[in-house]
Design a protein around this ligand. Structure first.
Ligand code: VGL
Length: 207
């Protein structure tokens, strides 16, 4: 089985939500995500699904990335992907939520701010069910794209690499990142961990 995963492809991580976490060009990846999904048998999506009661929340981007002291939320972030808001929505051009074969909402608990789609917690003890689901479907190849390269895509890819003997391919054209230096480190970490990073869905089709 080939499985395609759309990681947090939400408006919050795009210029459509300038007061949240606007990743440059974050709103341009839907076509590439659809193209990689066309190569797969099954399609999964994850969403950040946060609460206004989140303990890691700060009121300004200047106060981001400060340690929180919480076990399952490493640093502070501005409000983003609050359930029911525009930022929570999937990018235009993607399927409706119910058209995916498996969906994950993460970061629902106000004490938790996970990055990867495989675990609800940073300590990676509380499964979202994704790894178990992938095993139950006998996944052989997993193609990943989404937002943001340097946080949720990276962590999801590293969790997938540890979680099974499948091949993990990252579609670079379907990813956008927050900051150039952390994006570069993220690509290196993913490749060092064993991920195959390819330019776009067309290169994946020819791989
Ligand atoms: C993300 C930073 C904070 C992501 C989520 O989805 O990559 N990044 N929260």
């Amino acid at each position: 089985m080939i499985v395609s995963i759309d990681v947090d492809a939400q408006k919050t991580f795009s210029p459509l939500c300038p007061d949240e976490l606007p990743v440059e060009e974050g709103d341009t990846i839907a076509a590439e995500l659809n193209a990689q999904a066309a190569l797969a048998d099954l399609r999964v999506m994850s969403k950040d699904a946060h609460s206004p009661a989140a303990k890691w929340l700060v009121d300004s981007p200047d106060k981001m990335l400060q340690p929180t002291g919480l076990a399952n939320a490493d640093v502070t972030w501005v409000s983003h992907a609050m359930v029911g808001t525009k930022g929570f929505e999937l990018l235009d051009g993607l399927p409706a939520a119910w058209e995916y074969d498996y969906c994950i909402w993460k970061g629902v608990d106000p004490e938790f701010h996970p990055y990867g789609a495989c675990f609800h917690d940073i300590e990676e003890k509380l499964s979202t069910g994704l790894l178990e689901w992938l095993h139950s479907k006998d996944a052989k190849t997993i193609i990943v794209g989404g937002l943001a390269t340097d946080y949720c895509v990276k962590t999801t890819v590293l969790q997938l690499l540890k979680g099974g003997r499948w091949q993990v391919i990252v579609n670079a054209a379907a990813c956008r990142g927050i900051a150039p230096d952390t994006v570069e480190t993220a690509w290196n970490e993913m490749m060092d961990g064993g991920a195959v990073v390819l330019e776009n869905a067309e290169s994946i089709a020819n791989y």
